[in-house]
Design a protein around this ligand. Structure first.
Ligand SMILES: O=c1ccn([C@@H]2O[C@H](COP(=O)(O)O)[C@@H](O)[C@H]2O)c(=O)[nH]1
Length: 224
């Protein structure tokens, strides 16, 4: 079985990002490039990281009117990403158009509720009910729109997996028991997320900010 861990390269300097990806590449299954990286380094940066030889996950969390999101998907097509994210709250038409504009080999997944949010945050955005219900609702909408899967926390992945048998589930907000949680709120261990049905485990700072990133990546790998 291939390594489900994708390293989130949330680093401002391209040279540092390349060096880290090269160092840990034997212990992760892919590289996730998000907004911080893409805003700083764009297509050039993605090409540079692709030279490391691992699948690229573009976590751009697209969220706009359908025509604009479809245009953005077409613009990143040349980068041949394995996975791209859109916000499921962008609605069914937006997700349908995003999927239609994606390349044949690119999985499009819908972000349900960010792992940095909890029920209180959700209520402040005007959404009543539990985090669990919000994730289940947006998972259903993502499936109806033809997406490949969703992004959710490890708290919900077992329930989503039960409802969407062949879905592709990306789980960030992962920490070993002794790890610093930081700005994340809905957190589980990588092992629990995997056991509950996650397809991809996103790990950033527990590796990128570790004193020895190779040892940290190996320690996570050893738990799986
Ligand atoms: O709900 C979400 C969606 C995306 N992310 C991204 O995952 C990584 C997590 O980084 P850590 O350093 O391991 O906390 C980061 O790139 C986020 O943008 C998420 O955390 N939650």
């Amino acid at each position: 079985m291939s390594n489900p861990v994708y390293l989130a390269l949330d680093l401002p300097r391209l040279e540092d990002a390349k060096a880290l990806a090269t160092r840990v590449k034997a212990h992760v299954g892919g590289i996730k490039l998000g907004l911080e990286f893409f805003c700083a380094h764009g297509h050039h940066g993605v090409h540079e990281i692709a030279h490391v030889g691992l699948p690229i996950f573009l976590d751009l969390k697209l969220h706009d009117i359908p025509n604009t999101v479809a245009g953005a998907m077409q613009s990143i097509h040349v980068l041949e990403p394995a996975i791209v994210t859109v916000h499921a709250s962008g609605g069914r038409a937006m997700m349908e158009d995003a999927k239609a504009a994606a390349g044949e080999h690119c999985k499009v997944v819908g972000v349900t509720l960010l792992t940095s949010l909890d029920e209180r945050d959700l209520a402040r955005t005007g959404v009543q009910g539990s985090a669990h219900d919000q994730v289940m609702r947006l998972a259903e909408l993502s499936e109806a729109a033809g997406l490949d899967g969703i992004v959710c926390s490890g708290h919900e992945v077992a329930a989503v997996h039960k409802q969407w048998k062949h879905g592709f589930f990306v789980v960030p907000g992962l920490r070993l028991p002794e790890g610093k949680i930081g700005d994340q709120k809905r957190v589980v261990t990588p092992r629990k997320a995997r056991d509950d049905g996650a397809s991809v485990l996103v790990v950033g700072r527990p590796i990128s900010r570790a004193e020895d990133p190779v040892t940290a990546a190996r320690a996570i790998e050893a738990t799986l």
